[in-house]
Design a protein around this ligand. Structure first.
Ligand SMILES: Nc1nc2c(ncn2[C@@H]2O[C@H](COP(=O)(O)OP(=O)(O)OP(=O)(O)O)[C@@H](O)[C@H]2O)c(=O)[nH]1
Ligand SMILES: [Mg+2]
Length: 341
C-alpha cells in the first residue's frame, strides 16, 4: 500500500525528470515537429539563460532551408488574430507547414488581459495542427526580441515553411521584432482615422502588403481606395505593394492575401533577400551570448577572486575605476596568451 507521502515523493521525482530535459531528445523532437518539444525549447529560450539558449540553438545548427517570416501588425482589435487563424489554416491547406508566434510587448504587469483570447486561439489552431505560442515581455531590455529570434530558429528547425508573427506595432520592441520579418503585412480597417495615428510612424513605410480587414463593414471600399492612393505614389520601382481586402464573413477573401504573401516570398527569393536582416540579428544575439559566456562571466570570476585577496576591499573603490582596471587586466592576459609561442 502506498502512503500519501510516498506518492508525493514519486510525483516529485517524475516532475524533476521532466524538468531535467535531455537536450538531444529535445532537438530530435523539434526536428520531428513534436509540439511538446518545440514548446519546451521555446520556454528554455525565454527564461533568458544565455548558456542554455546557446546549448539548444547551437545543436540546432545551420538551417537546411530558411523559413519565410511574415510579420502581421496593426492596431489593437483590428482583427489580426482572427485573420492569422484563417491565413494559417489556408496556408496549411496549400501544403505549407505554418506556425504562429503572438508577441505581447505590453508591460509584464498589464499583459494578462490578452491571455484568454490567446488561449482560445491556441486551442483552435492546435485542432488544425498548427503550432501557436505567445511570447510575453518579461521586463528585460531586448529580451523579447532575443526570445523571438530563438523561437523562430526553433520553428524553422521544425520544418515550417511559413512562420507568422503577430504584433500590435506600437512600441520599440514591436518594431525590433518586425525587423525579423521578411514580409510585413499591415492590417487596417474601415473608419480608422485616429487609430492610424497610434501606429508607430515608420511602420506604414516598411510594410510590404496592406490589408483592409472587416470588408463587411461600411466604408470598406473607401478605406481601400485611400490606401491604394498612398501606394500609387510609391517611387520604388521594385516591389509593387498590394492592397488586399479581407473579411471573416467570406473565407475565400483570405486567398488573395495568401497569394500576395507568396508573391512577396518569390520576389525576395529571386533577389536572394530572404532572411538577410534576420541572419544579421541572429549573429548579433550569438555574439552577445558568446560575450556573456566567454567575457562577462570570466570578468566576474576575476572580480570575485580579487575580492578574496587580502588587503583588497572593493567596497572602498569607485566601481567604474575598478571595472576599467579589470577589463584592462583581462585584455592584457588575453594578449599575452595569444602572443606567447
Ligand atoms: N465585422 C468583422 N469583425 C471582425 C473581423 N475579423 C475580426 N473581427 C472581430 O474583431 C474583434 C477583434 O478581433 P481579433 O482578431 O482579436 O483582433 P486583434 O487585432 O488580434 O486584437 P489584439 O490582439 O487585441 O490587438 C473580434 O471581436 C473579432 O470577432 C471581420 O472581418 N469583420
Ligand atoms: Mg490578437
Amino acid at each position: 500500500m502506498s502512503t500519501f507521502k510516498g506518492d508525493q515523493r514519486k510525483q516529485g521525482r517524475k516532475r524533476w525528470s521532466r524538468i531535467k530535459t535531455n537536450v538531444s531528445e529535445l532537438i530530435s523532437g523539434i526536428r520531428e515537429n513534436k509540439f511538446a518539444s518545440i514548446a519546451r525549447a521555446i520556454s528554455i529560450i525565454e527564461d533568458g539563460n544565455s548558456v542554455r539558449r546557446k546549448d539548444i540553438l547551437r545543436r540546432i545548427g545551420k538551417p537546411e532551408k530558411r523559413s519565410h517570416i511574415v510579420g502581421i501588425t496593426g492596431p489593437p482589435g483590428i482583427g489580426k488574430s482572427t485573420l492569422i487563424g484563417n491565413l494559417s489554416s489556408g496556408m496549411m491547406d496549400q501544403g505549407l507547414r505554418t506556425s504562429v508566434l503572438a508577441i505581447d510587448a505590453s508591460s509584464p504587469f498589464t499583459g494578462g488581459s490578452l491571455l484568454g483570447n490567446r488561449i482560445r486561439m491556441q486551442e483552435n489552431l492546435r485542432d488544425a495542427n498548427i503550432f501557436m505560442r505567445s511570447l510575453a515581455n518579461r521586463g528585460e531590455k531586448g529580451g523579447l526580441s532575443r526570445s523571438a529570434i530563438g523561437a523562430v530558429r526553433i520553428l524553422e528547425a521544425a520544418g515550417n515553411q511559413e512562420i507568422i508573427i503577430e504584433t500590435v506595432g506600437a512600441g520599440q520592441a514591436d518594431l525590433d521584432i518586425m525587423n525579423l520579418a521578411d514580409t510585413i503585412v499591415l492590417v487596417l480597417a474601415p473608419g480608422l482615422g485616429d487609430e492610424i495615428q497610434a501606429i508607430k510612424a515608420g511602420i506604414m513605410e516598411i510594410s510590404d502588403i496592406y490589408v483592409i480587414n472587416k470588408m463587411d463593414r461600411e466604408g470598406a471600399y473607401f478605406a481601400m481606395k485611400d490606401i491604394e492612393d498612398i501606394v500609387s505614389m510609391d517611387e520604388n520601382s521594385g516591389w509593387k505593394r498590394p492592397v488586399v481586402g479581407t473579411t471573416n464573413q467570406d473565407l475565400s477573401s483570405y486567398k488573395s492575401l495568401i497569394d500576395a504573401i507568396c508573391s512577396h516570398r518569390k520576389y525576395l527569393e529571386g533577389r536572394n533577400l530572404l532572411s538577410v536582416k534576420r541572419g544579421l540579428m541572429e549573429m548579433e544575439t550569438a555574439l552577445e551570448d558568446e560575450i556573456d559566456e566567454k567575457i562577462t562571466r570570466k570578468l566576474k570570476e576575476m572580480l570575485h577572486n580579487e575580492e578574496r585577496k587580502e588587503n583588497v576591499n572593493l567596497a572602498t573603490e569607485d566601481p567604474y575605476t575598478a571595472a576599467e582596471r579589470l577589463l584592462q587586466n583581462f585584455i592584457k592576459i588575453r594578449e599575452q596568451s595569444t602572443s606567447s609561442p
